[in-house]
Design a protein around this ligand. Structure first.
Ligand code: NAI
Ligand code: MG
Length: 357
């Protein structure tokens, strides 16, 4: 029996609701498959923990997570705790401490879910955005001087390293190569940004030689927003910097119908540390406790987790179940349905039990 250790960190808001749904689906898959076992440990870190202890997680938090095979994460954020504390106190220390430098965000239009784009349906939009997750514009390099005075100055310096850019390009080219279309679009801004972005382009061209069967092109980030909305069929795998991909993936999520269906994986491709899987959305306190949080983003990220663990059959079975249920119109209100989190989860579990793939 293949066994995997999973650290579940549901955290704040709807995080516990969607993680509970995700674990229920994973348990159902485990039983249906019979070949693997997930041993799940729950961590109560987050904003409640912060109110009790003054920190979002213990000082040795990442040490506690290190022995796990994967981290299944809900969301952080509370109305009464500043966002930079919740984010920098829990999620970012995990991403950075474990050098999860590839942030992978698949997007497609699921059956039964309509895109805000006219005449675009399932099959027209099937992308994976690879976001550089360790440096670039979010390196945290900069400072402020003369605070509050008229001559106040602030800098925010983007850092691009040859090691950082090369490894994310390799990851993106390899991912593009593994997908049927073998098509990669490299997002850049090397017309206006003459240093980091020019090196980014040069390294893309160098790495492309290692993947001769991948067709690739280069698009400026501003033009990319146009291409995503007007020619979604022309894209497949996409690689972009930390900032560019942050923005483009929100656009991708919106074009696919709802934040409630968008998943993400924070991957350490070298597998030195556990990778982390989470829905893209936040803690959504406006709907917390109402039982209507969309669990689909969490199911999808659970499928990414199964792929990463080496259980592609279970991952495919989960996604087939999600697509069957959304196609049948069993959907939460954010995507135009009237089902609850529990009803969608039950339907997905039933589809897993009765699946013949
Ligand atoms: P949000 O993603 O929590 O919510 C935005 C809107 O989308 C809300 O109207 C919400 O109800 C809806 N929504 C989100 N997920 C949904 C789901 N699964 N089902 C149905 N509707 C859903 O973003 P917002 O409101 O800007 O932030 C709330 C808190 O979450 C903040 O404290 C923010 O810092 C935090 N946050 C945390 C993230 C993380 O943990 N990775 C990511 C984004 C925000
Ligand atoms: Mg964002």
């Amino acid at each position: 029996m293949r066994e995997y250790r999973i650290a579940a960190i549901p955290a704040d808001g709807i995080g516990p609701e969607v993680i509970a749904a995700g674990l229920q689906a994973l348990e159902t898959l485990e039983r249906r498959d019979g070949g693997f076992r997930l041993s799940v440990t729950q961590f109560d870190w987050g904003s409640d923990y912060y109110r009790r202890t003054g920190v979002m997680m213990p000082a040795d938090g990442t040490d506690q997570l290190k022995p796990f095979d994967a981290i299944f994460f809900g969301a952080v954020g509370a109305p009464d705790v500043p966002d930079h504390i919740t984010l920098w106190g829990l999620r970012l220390p995990i991403c950075q401490g474990f050098d999860q430098y590839a942030n992978v965000r698949p997007t497609k239009i699921l059956p039964g879910i309509s895109s805000p784009l006219a005449n675009v349906g399932p099959g027209d939009l099937d992308w994976v955005i690879v976001r550089e997750n360790s440096e670039g514009e979010y390196a945290g390099h900069g400072g402020r001087a003369h605070r509050g005075l008229p001559e106040e100055v602030a800098t925010e310096t983007a850092i691009f390293t040859r090691v950082g850019v090369t490894r994310i390009m390799r990851y993106a080219f390899a991912l593009a190569q593994a997908r049927p279309r073998k098509l990669l679009t490299v997002v850049t801004k090397s017309n206006a940004q003459r240093h980091g972005m020019v090196m980014w382009d040069e390294i893309a061209a160098e790495v492309s030689k290692e993947y001769p069967d991948v067709t690739w092109d280069k698009v400026l980030v501003d033009a990319m927003t146009v291409r995503m909305t007007l020619k979604p069929q022309s894209l497949d795998t996409i690689v972009a910097t930390n900032l560019h991909a942050d923005i483009l993936s929100d656009l991708a999520g919106a074009l696919a119908g709802s934040l409630g269906v968008a998943p993400t994986a924070n991957i350490d491709p070298e597998r030195r540390f556990p990778s982390m899987f989470e829905p893209i959305h936040g803690s959504a306190f406006d709907i917390t406790g109402k039982g209507i949080a969309n669990p689909v983003a969490t199911f999808w990220t659970a499928a990414q987790m199964l792929e990463h663990l080496g259980e592609p059959a279970a991952a495919a079975r989960l996604m087939a179940a999600v697509e069957k249920v959304s196609g049948e119109g069993i959907k939460t209100p954010d995507v135009g349905g009237s089902a609850t989190t529990m009803e969608v989860t039950e339907a997905v579990c039933e589809a897993i039990r009765s699946s013949n793939i």
